[in-house]
Design a protein around this ligand. Structure first.
Ligand code: PBG
Length: 323
C-alpha cells in the first residue's frame, strides 16, 4: 500500500495542519429575541440557554458577546397579542419598542453589526408573513408593508435588513425604496431559499408567531426542491441582494453548496431553532455530547460553503473558544 490516508490522521499535529475547515467567531451571527419592558429575561422553553430579553439586557448581552469576538446580531421582536393586527402595523410604528431598541443599540454600541428582520409574522394577527385576504396570502400588497418596515428600521441606523418572508420581488422592491430614501448603505441579507420546515417550531414558540390557519407552503419552498433555489438566488442576485441565505442549514447542505458554486455573493446559512433544540434536548438526556455535536454541525455548514452562519450556538461557541 503506497497510499495510506491514515498517516495524515495520526496525531493532532498533522490533523491540524491538514484541516480544511475552521469555524471562527468571525463567521457567526447571533440571533436575539427582544421583549418589551425593563430587566426582563425569559427562557424559551424549547431552546434551553436562549432567552427573550428586554432592551437593557440585550444591550448587555451584545456587549458581552462582542467581548467574545462576535460582531453580528440579528434581532427579532416578540410582540404581544394586543399589538398584533392584520396589517402588522406595529412593524412600522415609529415609537415601537423594537425600533426604539434598535436605535439604542446602534447609539450605544456603534461597532456592533445589527441585522433586522423584515416580515409581517411577528406582528400579524394571522401569524402569516403576508397580508391575508379571504384566506389567501397576498404578495404585492405585502411588499408595501415590508417597505414601510424597512424604512422605519433603516432610520434607526441598523446595518442590514433581513427580509425573511419569501414574497416574490421583495428584494428589488426594498432595494429601490431604500435607495430612493437615501439608505444606499443599508445592506440586504435575503432569505433566498427558505424552506417550509418543521425545524422552525421552537422559534414560533419564542415569538408566539405560529400561523393561525393553514401553513406557509404557498410562500416558503418545498423541501423536495433543489433547482428552484437557484432560480430564487438568480432573482435575489439581480434584485440587488448583498448576501444570499439558505434556511434551515443542516438538512439543506446541498443547497448551500449549490449557491456557493453558482453565485459570487457571500452565502449565509441559518442553523435554525429546531436544529439547536435537537442538539440541546439530546445532550440534556445524555444521548450525545452536545459540545461536539455543535462543533460538528457548524463545521459541516461551513464546509458545505456557508461564509456566514446564523446560530443560537454563537455565544456558547465563543465561550468555548476562550476556555
Ligand atoms: C419568519 C421567520 C421564521 C424564522 C425566522 N423568521 C419562522 C417562520 O418562517 O415561521 C425561523 C428561525 C428559526 O427557526 O430559528 N419570518
Amino acid at each position: 500500500m503506497l497510499r495510506r490516508p491514515r498517516r495524515n490522521r495520526k496525531t493532532e499535529g498533522i490533523r491540524s495542519l491538514t484541516r480544511q475547515t475552521q469555524v471562527t467567531t468571525d463567521d457567526l451571527v447571533f440571533p436575539l429575541f427582544l421583549i418589551e419592558g425593563y430587566n426582563k429575561k425569559q427562557e424559551v422553553a424549547s431552546m434551553p440557554g436562549i432567552y427573550r430579553l428586554s432592551s437593557d439586557l440585550i444591550l448587555r448581552e451584545i456587549e458581552y458577546c462582542m467581548g467574545l469576538g462576535i460582531k453580528s446580531f440579528d434581532v427579532f421582536p416578540v410582540v404581544s397579542d394586543k399589538d398584533k393586527n392584520q396589517e402588522a402595523s406595529e412593524g412600522y410604528r415609529e415609537d415601537s419598542f423594537y425600533l426604539r431598541a434598535l436605535k439604542e443599540i446602534k447609539a450605544r454600541l456603534p461597532e456592533s453589526h445589527i441585522i433586522t428582520d423584515i416580515a409581517m409574522d411577528p406582528y400579524s394577527s394571522d401569524g402569516h408573513d403576508g397580508l391575508v385576504k379571504e384566506g389567501i396570502v397576498l404578495n404585492d400588497a405585502t411588499l408595501e408593508i415590508l417597505g414601510k418596515m424597512a424604512l422605519a428600521q433603516a432610520a434607526t441606523g441598523i446595518d442590514m435588513i433581513g427580509p425573511s418572508d419569501m414574497m416574490d420581488g421583495r428584494v428589488g422592491y426594498l432595494r429601490e425604496l431604500l435607495d430612493q430614501q437615501g439608505f444606499q448603505e443599508v445592506g440586504i441579507m435575503s432569505y433566498t431559499a427558505k424552506y417550509a420546515s418543521a425545524f422552525y417550531g421552537p422559534f414560533r414558540d419564542a415569538l408566539d408567531s405560529a400561523p393561525k390557519f393553514g401553513d406557509k407552503k404557498t410562500y416558503q419552498m418545498d423541501p423536495a426542491n433543489r433547482a428552484e433555489a437557484l432560480m430564487e438566488a438568480q432573482l435575489d442576485y439581480e434584485e440587488g441582494a448583498d448576501v444570499l441565505m439558505v434556511k434551515p442549514a443542516l438538512a439543506y447542505l446541498d443547497i448551500i453548496s449549490d449557491l456557493k458554486e453558482n453565485f459570487p455573493l457571500p452565502i449565509a446559512a441559518y442553523n435554525v431553532s429546531g436544529e439547536y433544540a435537537m442538539v440541546k434536548a439530546s445532550a440534556q438526556n445524555g444521548w450525545l455530547d452536545g459540545e461536539r455535536a455543535m462543533q460538528e454541525s457548524l463545521t459541516a455548514i461551513k464546509r458545505a460553503g456557508a461564509d456566514i452562519i446564523l446560530t443560537y450556538f454563537a455565544k456558547e461557541f465563543a465561550e468555548g473558544r476562550r476556555r
